[in-house]
Structure formats: C-alpha cells, structure tokens
Design a protein around this ligand. Structure first.
Ligand code: ADP
Length: 457
C-alpha cells in the first residue's frame, strides 16, 4: 500500500473515530434528556388531574369529559389514580387501558415512591401523591411522538453529517498527502533517470531544510561518491588497457621483426631475452593489478592477524635479494624493539610484504649503489619504518603525484616499472590504519616514512 493512501486512511480513521464518539455522545445525551423531560411532563399532567380529583373534588365523569374534549391530550394519554388499597379512583378513557396496574405494581410504587417503565412504545411513570393525610398511587402513560420524531431527525442529521465529513476527510486527506509527498514523487521520477551513463544527475533539494530535503542531500552525497569511484574505475580500466597494450605491442613487434628473415642463433637469443623481459614485465603488472584490486575493492575478504613488523620486513628482504642478488638491503633495528612487543601489529602479512617490497625495490632501482637502508623504531610508541636510499631523488613537481595509480616520475627512464607500486603501497598502509610520507632531494636521495599503529596499545 502506498504511503499516500496509508496516511489518508489513517487520518480518516482517526477522524471517524473521534466524530463517531462525538455523535454518540450528542445522540445519547439528547435521548436521555428527552426521556427525562417526558417523565417530568407525565408527572405534571398526572399531578394536575389528581389535584382536580382529590383537592378540587371534581367528579371523575367530568374529568373524563374534559380529557376527551381537550385538544392538548398527549398521544395515547392514560392517567389512573388509586388509593393504597388498590381501589381505582379515576381512569382516563376506559377504552385505552394499556398499562395493566397490578397489586404488585402499586406496592412497588408505595415502596420506591416513583417508578419509570415502558409498555411497548408507551412511556409510563408511577408515583405516590399525598394530600390531607391520604396517600394515592398514580400511574400515567403516553407516547412521546414529538420527542421521538425530533430524536429520529437528530439521528438522521448525525448519520448524514458523519458520512459527508468522512468523505470530505478522505478527499482532503488525499490532496493533503499528495501535496506533502509531492517532493518524494519528484525524487522518484528524477532518480529513475539516474543510471551509470547519467551519474551526473542530482535530486532537487527543495527548501533544503525538511527531512525530505535531508534525504535528497544525503542521496546526492552518495551519488557524488559513486560518481567519483565510478570515474576512478573507468580511468583505472583505461589505464590498465593502455599499460597492457604497450608491452604487448613491443613484444609482438620484436617477434615480427625477428620473423622477417632468417637470423643467427645469437640474434635469436637476443630476441628471446628481449621478449622474456617484456613477458616478465607483463606478469609483474598483472600480479600488481591483482594486489591492487585486493587492497582496494575486496577488503572484507582480507585476513588480519597479529604479526611482527620486523619479521615481515626480514621476509621482504629475503624475497628481494633472491630475485635481485645485486641489491643491498640494510636493516637497522631500534634497541627498544627487542624489549617490547610494540612492533606487533594487526595486519595482513602478504599485503604488508608487497608494500615493503615495493619500497625496497624503488630505493634500490632508483639509486646507483642499489642500496636501501631501513630503520625500524618508534615514534611516540607507534612503530615507524623508514626506507631510505642515496639515489637520484624525486623532482618536487613529481612529489605530489607519485602516489597516483600509473603515475611515473620524470626520472622513470632510469628504471623500468608500471607506476602501480606506490599507489598500491599507500592503499595497503591505509588499510592497516597507517600513514605514509615522503622526503626527497634530487641527487641526494629519498626517504619514505611509514607509521603503522601497534596492536598492543
Ligand atoms: P614505478 O616504480 O613502477 O615507476 P611506483 O608507483 O613505485 O612506480 O613509483 C612512482 C614513481 O615515483 C616512480 O616512477 C618514480 O618516479 C618515483 N619514485 C618512487 N620511489 C622512488 C625512489 N626511491 N627514488 C626516486 N624516485 C622514486
């Protein structure tokens, strides 16, 4: 059920309940009042006749004549006067006798002093009247045609006004709910047009203050983030295809040239060496991309456990030296490291090793002595690692961009690479709640500093 309909029905039901309660109170209090007034009227009428009978001593036959010829008699009017021994002293028209007085009735009138009752549609009253030491039991009955007619009219008016008020409330509620929810409908229409190819569209934020505007603003912010990551992905994919195409094109060209004519064994060897180098670069690129995807998009699937930074670092050095026997990696451990457990962090061993390998490799490949010096210590009880080299350094204009995926600095001609290493390293360090910063001077060397929070604190 739509909220608009739900709101309207809820509003109408609430109003109907209130109106019904109000109508019932009005109707029943009017009915009570009519009944009360009619009993009073009957009593007055009976007292007048009794007075004429017992005080003015008017003959019952004359009284009956007055009753019959009176224009003011009530419908089915019937007054009877008894003494306490149940002797009838007077009765209005003998032919109308619907109240069948009994000894028991007279007794209960005597005991209760006044009783009210109904004989079919006749309203009847019985009460005692005392005059000159004598007690009389009087009954009076009549039908309140006028009062009942008025009550029926009131009922009809109440029913008609109740139905029309509910109808009006339903219509007004519909209009009101439609007006109140119009911004939501507009949001739905607009949101339907937002798709992957139209991610630049935004929802209208109306007055910018109410809850619906808040929802639209939040939704727009989400779209901003989505658009950003969507653009980044698009950029990423186009960069990847470009990066893959270049070595592949080189590989194909080398093989085609070699195939143009017969070559000497030495020449074939050279081609194989070249193409093997390109193939290795491609393999490295694809494994770097896989790691980048792991660190960027599938964080939930990454296993974290407690591990020691110094051990991961030693592993990374071992791997590098195995692949590049010409490199030198020096590690300087701070003294506190042996005494404390602060170098224990909560992290993923594989990813951290990838990050460290990237930094060590960069330091070695961008320096003539192919040496990376690492120091591991603490900065205000937070583990701090420094990867330094005395290499060619990074020009200041490149410093702001080296962490961007696929960016290679102006010094790239000194060493091969694909521009993914540092962006991957940054994501891995951030994934571990850490920070990375760089300090470099052209011709003197570069230092990357990494803070990773310890799991002990
Ligand atoms: P790659 O090393 O494959 O080019 P990276 O993302 O690892 O890609 O590094 C990006 C760029 O940062 C490098 O191309 C290089 O210009 C610069 N760079 C990174 N580390 C160093 C370093 N230790 N010395 C000099 N330049 C560096």
């Amino acid at each position: 059920m739509k909220i608009r309909l739900k709101l309207t029905l809820l509003f109408a039901a609430l109003f109907a309940a209130l109106l019904l309660a109000f109508s019932l109170v009005v109707y029943f209090s009017a009915a009570d009042q009519r009944e009360e007034e009619y009993f009073n009227r009957l009593r007055q009428l009976a007292i007048t006749k009794t007075r004429l009978l017992v005080e003015a001593k008017i003959d019952p036959a004359v009284l009956q004549l007055i009753y019959k010829s009176s224009l003011n008699t009530l419908p089915q009017e019937e007054v009877a006067v008894f003494d306490t021994a149940f002797h009838i002293l007077y009765h209005d028209a003998n032919e109308i006798d619907r109240v069948k007085e009994t000894n028991g009735m007279i007794d209960s009138i005597k005991t209760l002093k006044e009783i009210h009752f109904y004989v079919d549609d006749l309203q009847a009253i019985g009460f005692v009247y005392t005059f000159a030491g004598k007690t009389y039991a009087i009954t009076a009955a009549a039908r309140d045609d006028d009062g009942l007619k008025k009550l029926n009219t009131l009922r009809l008016v109440l029913v008609i006004s109740f139905c029309s008020a509910i109808l009006f409330t339903l219509l007004a509620g519909m209009l009101f709910a439609r007006k109140a929810l119009a911004p939501v409908s507009r949001m739905v229409d607009r949101a339907e047009n937002i798709s992957a190819s139209h991610l630049d569209l935004r929802l209208g934020t109306g007055n910018g203050k109410d809850e619906i505007a808040e929802l639209a603003i939040t939704f727009n912010r989400m779209l901003d983030r989505l658009e950003g990551s969507f653009d980044a992905q698009k950029q990423f994919v186009s960069n990847i295809s470009h990066e893959l195409r270049t070595p592949l094109a080189a590989l194909i060209a080398e093989l085609e040239i070699a195939d143009l004519k017969a070559r000497t064994a030495e020449e074939y060897k050279e081609v194989i060496r070249q193409t093997l180098q390109d193939a290795r670069r491609l393999a490295r690129l694809s494994s770097d991309l896989l790691d980048l995807a792991k660190a960027s998009y599938d964080q939930s699937g990454i296993n974290f456990k407690e591990l020691r930074l110094d051990e991961v670092l030693l592993d990374a050095r071992k791997e590098i030296l195995k692949a590049n026997p010409g490199y030198r990696v020096e590690i300087l451990f701070a003294k506190e490291l042996e005494e404390s457990d602060l170098s224990t962090i909560y992290g993923n061993e594989y990813l951290l090793k990838v990050a460290f390998i990237n930094l060590i490799e960069n330091a070695c490949k961008f320096s003539l002595n192919h040496t990376c010096s690492i120091s591991i210590g603490f900065d205000a009880r937070t583990p701090l690692l420094r990867f330094s080299d005395q290499g060619i350094g990074i020009p200041p204009e490149d410093l702001a961009h080296i962490f961007t995926p696929f960016y290679r600095g102006e010094n790239k001609r000194h060493a091969p690479g694909n521009g993914i290493g540092l962006s991957l390293t940054t994501r891995i360090i951030r994934l571990h709640g850490g920070t990375i910063s760089v300090n470099s001077e052209v011709g003197k060397g570069t230092t990357f500093s990494i803070h990773i929070p310890s799991s002990i604190l």
